[in-house]
Design a protein around this ligand. Structure first.
Ligand code: FES
Ligand code: FES
Length: 154
């Protein structure tokens, strides 16, 4: 049995400890906001927060997470109120949406450590793949989110 915390709730997974976190979240906890894209650590669709750092759930085994605090897109904020979510909604750039949970998680981790990220900072922190190609306007949306998080007007 593996125990850790997901979205501020203690969880116990009676699964093979080699099970990827992605499948524990989706299949056992029904937290399907964390997406499966590549399964090889390349696309970022499965990004989650583990103890304040960005991790790829397809590359983490649950056995290695004993005692950690995991936050998924479902636990990031209630009612899409995180500044990154608000900025994405306001910018109206979301297309199919499949990549968005991972991007939101990556951006939220970035903004926690860097309140005023440059374009290069954003590109470096958010390597997520978006098949719909929202990259150019994504930089602007995350810059807006950082401004909002600092309490500055849009
Ligand atoms: Fe994990 Fe693509 S599904 S990085
Ligand atoms: Fe469709 Fe990014 S909005 S994959």
């Amino acid at each position: 049995m593996t125990r850790f915390t997901v979205n501020n709730q203690p969880v116990e997974y009676r699964m093979d400890p080699r099970t990827p976190l992605l499948w524990a979240l989706r299949d056992a906890s029904n937290l399907t906001g964390t997406k499966y894209g590549c399964g090889t650590g390349d696309c970022g669709a499965c990004a989650v927060d583990v103890d304040g750092g960005l991790r790829l759930a397809c590359q983490e085994t649950i056995g290695a997470l004993e005692g950690t605090f995991v936050t998924t897109i479902e636990g990031l904020s209630k009612d899409r109120s995180h500044p990154v979510q608000q900025a994405l909604l306001a910018s109206n750039i979301v297309q199919c949406g499949y990549c968005i949970p991972g991007i939101v998680m990556a951006a939220s981790v970035l903004l926690r450590s860097n309140r005023n990220p440059s374009e290069e900072d954003i590109k470096g922190a958010i390597p997520n793949i978006c098949r719909c190609g929202i990259y150019p306007r994504l930089i602007g949306a995350i810059t807006d989110a950082a401004r909002s998080a600092r309490g500055e007007p849009p």
